[in-house]
Ligand binder design. Structure first.
Ligand SMILES: [Zn+2]
Length: 97
């Protein structure tokens, strides 16, 4: 089997994990999420601007009045790191480590 994984996806997940570890992103999903078109502001995971032609996910920061913005794939990888979406690997990361 030579199933080739999407490198960009792994990189995004690594970045999301790193941001959570540094405390820049929450490790749980806030209740409020908005989806819309990009506002040109940087993505919280990859740091690139979200163009008006791209889907932007905006998530309220539970610890402040601010919010985080994500590209759709970046948001997905962050959700995986939060444990909301099951990882596509066969070994899910368990909390407490
Ligand atoms: Zn992004």
């Amino acid at each position: 089997m030579s199933h080739k994984r999407n490198l960009a996806q792994e990189e995004l997940r690594d970045r999301a994990r790193e941001e959570i570890r540094k405390g820049r992103l929450p490790n749980s999903t806030p209740a409020s999420i908005w989806a819309g078109l990009g506002s040109g502001l940087p993505c919280a995971v990859c740091g690139h601007a979200i163009a008006a032609t791209q889907v932007e996910y905006e998530v309220g920061d539970p610890s402040s009045t601010g919010s985080f913005r994500f590209h759709l794939p970046c948001h997905t990888e962050w959700q995986v790191e939060c444990g909301v979406i099951p990882c596509d690997d066969s070994t899910p990361t368990l909390p407490g480590g």
